[in-house]
Design a protein around this ligand. Sequence first.
Ligand code: UGA
Length: 437
Amino acid sequence: MRITVVGCGYLGAVHAACMAKLGHEVVGIDVDENKIAELSAARAPFFEPGLEDLLLEVQATGRLSFTTDMSASKGSAVHFICVGTPQKKGENAADLTYVDAATNALIPHLSPGDIVVGKSTVPVGTAERLAAIVKLGQPEAQLLWNPEFLREGHAVSDTLSPDRLVYGVAGGSEDHPAVQLLDQVYAGPLEAGTPRLVADLPTAELVKTAANSFLATKISFINAMAELCEAAGADVTLLADAIGMDDRIGRKFLNAGIGFGGGCLPKDIRAFMARAGELGADQALTFLREVDAINMRRRNRVVELTRELCGGSLLGQRITVLGAAFKPKSDDVRDSPALSIAAQLQLQGAVVTVTDPEALKNASRRFPELHYQATTETAMERADALLLLTEWQEYRDLDPYDSAKLVSNLRILDGRNVLDSAKWRAAGWMYRGLGRP
Ligand code: UGA
């Protein structure tokens, strides 16, 4: 099939490459000329494991191209909308400017029988509103919502082998003609046994925001338990292992630490609360305010713990922050708890050096006032305290004896609870975890 993908960011670039891998002829469209130039040269404009190899592989087949020209969408049967829906400035609600602009720009190029498929995370009700706009512009085209569940760092495999496919169609019927068309798009994953659910438009939109809200709640739950563990002298990592063995609870997303960040979870729970308010159902989601508050408290807690670790004052203390990305295997620093902590420490008088295997360029753009070092070793030199804030494998693998030779003071705060505390203490380090004795 010929497919258009509008928006070539973390979601769209991966989606375009994966659709070409599934055998389709794909054109990726974005307004950002630099991004298009990079992608056209088979270079990923951001770090995502496996993406660059995939771009090289599919571009060699001639099935994938990129352009800034929206008229290239003409002739595609399926047009995916993959643009961002960031948080509005100064408000909790989602900014739908890009989704609206992408839909409106597509309309003049739609032919009868085409489908427009939204993948962006949007407030419930957006799809019905956009479906009406598409109908006005091209009465024989349809709009569907097909939420995306990919995780950064695993985006390629999550797209090629998703754990479920959700199609939102007007009326929610399996017999909707667009269902067949989308089944052709996803023929590969469907044949491999991926479950597929057909829902009405509002349910499909809600599936995504509900899933992200549940994940955020799970993380804040365990971080609330970490607060209690600290007060009671208990160990949250053992607590998580033990409750996680109950398969109704499950161990995944129960890692206590500095909390969640990124371009999705924080803004999605806020947009969900804002939308619930508009719908007169705000009470249903007031618990998400607490989820958000617990999450933000983690960052302050780390600043306080670092102060304690440094003997009561941060002034002039050389702090090395290991990790800037919001999570490992990503260069994304949007709402990164690691960077936010680094900036707070610097504001309170510490001399902060940040290192990260992939995210330094993005980090220094966002917080130019921090110091950056490209290698772990140089970043650690003469440090008064190390803070492990993003659990990249190379930081998990650090050797306490080798590290001791580089720093000025043997102090480490493990913001992700991934180090063996006994091993670090045995090597002479003052070790602090979060929610651990
Ligand atoms: C999240 C969802 O997991 C995806 O399913 C969804 O498609 C995506 O948002 C989206 O809406 O586009 P992502 O933001 O890539 O994916 O990252 P996650 O793996 O969910 O991690 C989010 C944050 O939670 C990270 O900062 C991570 O460090 C933190 N986290 C995760 C914890 O603090 N503890 C955990 O146990 C797990």
